[in-house]
Design a protein. Sequence first.
Length: 452
Amino acid sequence: MSNHFDVIAIGAGSGGLSIAERAAAYGAKTAVIEAGELGGTCVNVGCVPKKVMWYGASVAHALHDGKDYGFDVTIGDLNWDKLVTKRENFIGGIIDWYQDYLVESNVEVIEGFATFIDDKTLDVDGVQYTADHIVISTGGRPIMPNDIEGAEYGLTSDGFFEELDEVQPKKVVVVGGGYIALEFAMLMNGLGSDVSVLHQGWPVMEGFDSMIQTNLRRQMEADGIQLNDDSIITKVEKIADDNLTIHFKDSSKIDNVNALIWAIGRLPNTHNLGLENTGVELDKRGMVVVDDEEKTTVEGIYAIGDIIGKAPLTPVAIAAGRRLGDRLYGGKPDRKMSYDNIATVMFTHPPIGTIGLSEENARVEYGDEIKVYKTEFVPLYHQMTRNKVKTAMKLIVLGEEEKIIGCHIMGLGADEMLQGFAVAIRMGATKQDFDDTIAIHPVSAEELVTMK
């Protein structure tokens, strides 16, 4: 069999699988090269297992709320092993499905680690492969600090799913202030762990709208999560029973920590691909430099997904891969990926949905041309519970037409309600369009079309 392909994708995550499958559907000879499990970060140590754990925490919250709705609920201990086993079995089913689907789709899977020999040739465990088009879709990896003694005793976000498989850690410390850190913190808190979040001088949810930052912090504090904004970690010490002590610069410490999770950012997986043997340009962050068609600085080499530094989200990688396939083999030269107005959700408790500009960024870009509509309320569900978890919403509009350029929601159901509103906003909806839409009652989403 020839080792030459029309398209080779390096990395069988969301982006690589999408370009290979779409190109194959048009009749191209395609392959994906993968050294790990099919599905990449999202399926194995990201979106999917995280969402399972988030649902588990949501059930825990609902059990507590059941008492307020009149149910005689006795809440026992969580069988952590059962939850994790079911989660891993579910992921295994996805991987099995991928294997069958790729065979049916005429996509060849090459197992091993790929490195570039030159602009057209890849080496995988001593075997060489060539392609007319090579797509780099290798994703990212979590950062581990290299300047803190004992940092290796902690886990990354990947390690959370790979290593915490038998016993629930009862005392957890999460380091980071971004959405990955706070998703972990809130789901572990919901599942019953004692949780502390260390920001080490970084703000919560930097870059998100201030309404989101303020309300999320308030909710974490209400849930009993300990927030430490400024203390700097100097040392992590392993003590008896493999527990940890975390030491700070001011001589304070946290004792008897069962799990330390580093969630301090991610790096692109571009460092060991042999790109120095090509003309592919990287920026100072190690991201692959691409144009608006995901073309690199070498003809025939493309890059999609987390490694281009635009929008590190699974659906973005999928969309970019499919559009690239449409352009290369589907006769659709104008089918390009737009990185504007991408809706995204953070699976905190409650969830957060956001699209478009924050109020702060909108004011920098447009000044007094913007207007802000916002509301905050306790949704009907939580009117019945002792925990009055609030919902907060904000619309940012531009000019006399009041075109909606930002929508931010934190509250029960935000993860599901944003998708439909995202369609409207991408189509250029105005505040009047929202106002002219008859509300559905009684639901929280009606506030977005009745906001004054």
